[in-house]
Design a protein around this ligand. Structure first.
Ligand SMILES: Cc1cc2nc3c(=O)[nH]c(=O)nc-3n(C[C@H](O)[C@H](O)[C@H](O)COP(=O)(O)OP(=O)(O)OC[C@H]3O[C@@H](n4cnc5c(N)ncnc54)[C@H](O)[C@@H]3O)c2cc1C
Length: 271
């Protein structure tokens, strides 16, 4: 390891101050940042530890909005009764991230700020309709992911929470990379007051909404509405784990299955 300054701010204002210094990086669960530092892909001059900042972790539901604090661990989202009741598909998404160690350390804020092109939460943000709340402003989820490991966050801008719109029905399905369990392809579908949304991850340099599928499903939220629809493989990433054509086919298949799952009756609910 190279040397760097280490800050433990007492509050959000202190974190924002320390995070605003040149080459400083926020440290959340460390599941992506520390690995990048070990590989020298990141060499911050200072780490600003968010672990001691009060008020950044927590889950609440207000009306049709589910708010999850940036420092909320994946395991807490997966286990939350509020999330399971409001958006069970989001609890399932969190439950499927990595392994228990990753889920007990990794956070929502770290995941979306890192913007890994194969991460799960970006699909959930786009597939549900979300708003990212920072220490400076609110950023529409649709405008948040701007490229490979790139977001709309400005240098030193701190994610405080994410507001998710509670849908009528939703599902997330991913085809896991067998080693890392990141998404080779992940699809989050929902239907709610804002219409139909389909968020896709693992396929391009950043997560995106599959607008053609959304339009097709708006006419009828059932798998058959997607018959014959597929992404253009020339616009899809391919690698040693799966060709572009394979990933495009996976997106189509998983989207259909996700719609089917979203429509399935909830166990224990009255018929
Ligand atoms: C083996 C393994 C398997 C994994 N599998 C999956 C998977 O299946 N699906 C998946 O989605 N992810 C997966 N991950 C990634 C995991 O979800 C991480 O938790 C996530 O990428 C980063 O979150 P973190 O809290 O550890 O952030 P950190 O590593 O601490 O930070 C990541 C980046 O975000 C910035 N940051 C952190 N918090 C904030 C904030 N509040 N505001 C602004 N910037 C901030 C940091 O400065 C840094 O640049 C996996 C990771 C590992 C190691």
């Amino acid at each position: 390891m190279f040397s760097f300054d280490y800050h433990r701010p007492a509050d959000v204002a202190g974190a924002a101050r320390a995070g605003g210094t040149a080459d400083a990086r926020f440290l959340a669960g460390g599941q992506s940042l520390v690995q990048a530092m070990k590989l020298r892909l990141a060499q911050p001059a200072a780490l600003v530890d968010l672990g001691t900042v009060p008020g950044l972790a927590g889950i609440s539901v207000q009306g049709s909005t589910l708010r999850i604090g940036a420092m909320t661990r994946h395991s807490a989202v997966a286990a939350s009764a509020d999330v399971r009741r409001a958006i069970p598909a989001l609890a399932a998404l969190a439950e499927g991230i990595g392994d228990p160690m990753v889920r007990n350390a990794g956070t929502l804020g770290g995941s979306i700020a890192h913007a890994d092109p194969a991460a799960c939460y970006p699909a959930g943000m786009l597939g549900l309709g979300a708003t990212v709340v920072t220490d400076r402003r609110s950023i529409p989820g649709d405008a948040f992911f701007t490229g490979l490991f790139e977001t709309a966050l400005e240098p030193g801008e701190l994610v405080v929470a994410v507001d998710f719109a509670v849908p009528a029905r939703a599902a997330y399905l991913k085809f896991k990379h067998p080693a890392s369990r990141f998404a080779m392809v992940g699809v989050f579908v929902s239907q709610g007051a804002g219409g139909v949304r389909v968020g896709v991850t693992g396929v391009k340099s950043a997560a995106f909404r599959w607008r053609e599928a959304e339009a097709a499903l708006a006419g009828g939220f059932r798998p058959a509405a997607l018959d014959g629809l597929e992404l253009d493989p020339s616009d899809v990433n391919g690698d040693m784990h799966g060709s572009a054509a394979y990933r495009a086919a996976l997106v189509a298949t998983l989207t259909k299955r996700a719609v089917e799952q979203a429509n399935a009756p909830v166990a224990g609910a009255p018929a």
